[in-house]
Ligand binder design. Structure first.
Ligand code: NAD
Length: 434
């Protein structure tokens, strides 16, 4: 089948490549000319393990191509997936201007039936608004459908998630749309055995926001437990292990740390709270989830200040800038909270990340970056761990101690065994552990 994907970011490019690998012929559209130029040269605008090879393979086999022309994309296929960004708006609500723009442009280019599929994460009832927009901008009375097909992939394991989804959720309101989406996904269903859930559009939209908000709730819950652990002399890692083995709870998203970040959880929780408020429901639980996440970072900052006493002039080595390992994405990463504050306090910052340095440098030019964690820690008064990259987990701690000026580690990811680190002579502060 032919498929058009609009937006070639983390979701659009991975989804398009996955569809192509399944045997469909995919045209990816993006209005960022530099991205399309890179993709045509088989250079990846984002980092995702295995993506470059798979893009190159499908381009060579003529199942994947790229364009900046939305008109070409509209003419190309009956099904058009919208995978553009939905960043946070000024009061936490989702900014839907990119989705609306695509809806308008597709409507103006349409000459035959089209199915517009919301792949982007959008608030419930966006489908209704999209339908109204398309109807308004259509030049003549052409039939069309809108559907919701939220994406659940995770950066860092995006390809794996795309090929082996836990479930495929689609929201439709016509048989034609349901049949088309089922046909598109049939090869993936056959191969992965995953469930295909068909529901109405509002339910599909809400499934995405509810899922992300629930996962964020799990993270804030364990971070709150970590605070109690510190007060009570308990170990949150052991508590989480004990909880996670209960099949009703599960071990995922029960890792205490500096709080959730990334391009999805913060904005999706904000958008869900905002949407619930608008609908007339005060989602107090999620407001507390947001509050715990914010204070978790503040609490870590207090630990840094406590250790250093005076931050001014101290060399701080920050290990990890991406919001999690396996990605170059720094959107809402903890590093964006800590680094500006430490800069303001007069710290001399030394930064390391294996792949996110370029993205970070774009936001904060002029900082010093190093090639390895050890080089970064040279002469440091304190090491701050923000991303548990394998290179950090595998650090030679004896060498680290030797290279630092003062052996102090503030570990926002509970990377090391506190006992081992202490025995080596470090002052070590992590999250929720005695
Ligand atoms: N990143 C994730 O892990 C993830 C996971 C699940 C869902 N989502 C959701 O998917 C959506 C996309 O996220 P992302 O991380 O891929 O975003 P992204 O910012 O990486 O990519 C969005 C792309 O859309 C392009 N774009 C914007 N307006 C356009 C237009 N009018 N025409 C053509 N292209 C346009 C941008 O140039 C950009 O390349 C968001 O709603 C996000 O919440 C993201």
């Amino acid at each position: 089948m032919k498929i058009t994907i609009v937006g070639t970011g983390y979701v659009g490019l991975v989804t398009g490549t996955c569809f192509a690998e399944m045997g469909h012929t995919v045209l990816c559209v993006d209005n960022d000319e530099s991205k399309i130029k890179m993709l045509k040269n088989l250079e990846m605008p984002i980092y995702e393990v295995g993506l470059q090879e798979l893009v190159a393979k499908n381009v060579a086999e003529k199942r994947l191509s790229f364009t900046t022309s939305i008109q070409e994309g509209t003419e190309f296929a009956e099904a058009i997936f919208i995978a553009v960004g939905t960043p946070p708006g000024y009061r936490g609500q989702a900014n839907l201007s990119y989705v609306e723009q695509v809806g308008r442009q597709v409507a103006e280019s349409m000459t035959d039936y089209r199915l517009l599929v919301e792949k982007s994460t959008v608030p419930v009832n966006t489908g209704e608004q999209l339908k109204r927009t398309i109807a308004k901008y259509l030049r003549e009375d052409i039939p069309f459908d809108v559907a919701s097909n939220p994406e659940f992939l995770k950066e860092g394991t995006a390809l794996e998630d795309a090929f082996k989804p836990d479930r495929i959720v689609v929201g439709v309101e016509s048989e034609r749309a349901g049949t088309l989406l089922r046909k598109i996904y049939q090869p993936l269903i056959d191969k992965s055995g995953c469930k295909f859930l068909q529901m109405n559009i509002a339910s599909a939209e809400l499934t995405k926001h509810a899922s992300n908000s629930f996962l964020a709730t799990k993270i804030s819950f364990i971070n709150a437990v970590a605070r109690v652990c510190e007060l009570a002399g308990a170990d949150v890692e052991q508590v989480a292990h004990g909880m996670g083995l209960d099949l009703r709870i599960g071990p995922q998203f029960l890792r205490a740390g500096v709080g959730y970040g990334g391009s999805c959880f913060p904005k999706d929780v904000d958008a869900f709270v905002h949407l619930a408020d608008q609908l007339g429901y005060n989602f107090q639980l999620l407001k507390e989830v947001q509050h715990i996440n914010k204070t978790q970072r503040e609490f870590m900052m207090q630990k840094i200040q406590h250790e250093l006493w005076v931050v001014q002039g101290k060399k701080i080595a920050v290990l990890g800038l991406a919001f999690k390992p396996g990605t170059d994405d720094i959107r809402e990463a903890p590093s964006l909270y800590f680094i500006p504050q430490l800069m303001e306090a007069g710290a001399k910052l030394r930064l390391w990340d294996p792949i996110a340095q370029e993205n970070f440098n774009r936001e904060h030019p002029g900082l010093k970056y190093y090639d390895t964690p050890l080089a970064c820690a040279e002469g440091a008064d304190l090491v701050l761990i923000l991303t548990d990259w394998p290179e950090v987990k595998e650090l030679d701690l004896a060498k680290l101690k030797e290279t630092m000026r003062c052996p102090v580690i503030i570990d926002g990811r509970n990377t090391f065994n506190p006992q081992t680190v202490k025995e080596l002579g470090f002052t070590y502060e992590s999250v929720g552990r005695p």
